[in-house]
Design a protein around this ligand. Structure first.
Ligand SMILES: NC(=O)c1ccc[n+]([C@@H]2O[C@H](COP(=O)([O-])OP(=O)(O)OC[C@H]3O[C@@H](n4cnc5c(N)ncnc54)[C@H](OP(=O)(O)O)[C@@H]3O)[C@@H](O)[C@H]2O)c1
Length: 262
């Protein structure tokens, strides 16, 4: 089995390591401080180290999961150990294939964009390989990222739209859940019940869309009985520019994502 290295086991690196560990991948993890490595120390399929170079030397696939502002520093540190047979995987926002190839010439590079639901193994991850990656490696990478959600190869030109929608969406959904819970509390529901009930309603609605393959409008129509309560709320949402607000928010995030790219 190919060995997977993860450099930086914070929120994302830690979530990816946890999912890959459950799936019995052979892992080597590094973190500059020991603290974040502690919870991975007693697994037979995981080796932990504070040396990023050790990870680069020993792994076939190397996932760099440090913050974007130290990406270049860590890439410089491991550069000479990333031989041309190894696959370097970026999960950072803001690094294009071109910018990664400039730092790592003639190397196998994959640009990916997972979102935070990776922490509960429900991520959506976009994957874009450079021209040196072969079909088998693409399959391996899709399999690796499918350990914590859904993973799909996506052309780089769609990454800003992906990042602005799926990367940012969890924040918008949490705001929606918070607002919906406020409304339930306003009408007498207990706060804790409101978060639980509304989050489950969002989860169930998303699952119905994915599992039935019905158009979202059709699913909405199934809930709106003539003269009923839901259509009353739908009218209030339309009166308050609900769809327009969502489109503007995602469009703003996509524009920002395009401007941030290296
Ligand atoms: N969070 C998200 O929503 C999200 C989504 C998609 C992609 N990403 C990408 O994931 C990457 C990591 O983000 P994150 O939110 O997981 O950050 P994070 O929680 O801060 O994790 C970064 C980890 O890297 C470690 N680290 C720092 N400097 C290091 C070095 N020189 N060598 C080895 N390890 C080092 C940190 O250790 P210490 O804590 O001990 O300093 C920490 O464990 C970023 O590039 C981000 O763009 C994040």
């Amino acid at each position: 089995m190919k060995k997977i290295g993860i450099i930086g086991v914070g929120n994302m690196g830690g979530a990816i390591a946890t999912a890959l560990c459950k799936n019995k991948y052979d892992l080597i993890l590094s973190n500059h401080s020991k603290k974040n490595l502690e919870k991975f120390e007693n697994f037979e399929n995981i080796k932990t180290t504070t040396s990023n170079i050790e990870v680069a030397k020993e792994s076939d696939y190397i996932i760099l999961a440090v913050k974007p502002n130290i990406y270049e520093k860590v890439i410089n540190e491991i550069n000479e150990y990333l031989t041309s047979d190894k696959v370097f995987i970026s999960i950072a926002a803001g690094f294009s294939i071109k910018s990664l190839e400039e730092m790592l010439p003639n190397r196998k590079i994959v640009m990916t964009m997972p979102n935070t639901p990776a922490m509960v193994e429900e991520a959506i991850t976009a994957i874009c390989p450079n021209s040196l990656i072969d079909e088998k490696e693409i399959q391996d990478i899709v399999e690796i990222f499918s350990s914590f959600g859904i993973a799909q190869v996506l052309d780089e030109m769609y990454f800003p739209a992906f990042s602005g929608s799926c990367g940012c969406l969890p924040a918008y959904v949490y705001m929606f859940i918070e607002a919906a819970s406020d409304a339930a509390v306003l009408n007498g529901m207990k706060r804790a019940d409101a978060y639980k009930f509304i989050a489950q309603s969002v989860l169930g609605s998303a699952k119905m869309l994915l599992e039935t393959n019905l158009h979202p409008g059709e699913l909405k129509d199934m809930v709106t009985s003539p003269g009923g309560t839901t259509i009353e709320g739908v009218k209030a949402l339309e009166d308050n520019g609900f769809r327009s607000a969502i489109i503007s928010a995602i469009d703003a995030s996509v524009k920002k994502s395009k401007n941030m790219g290296k």
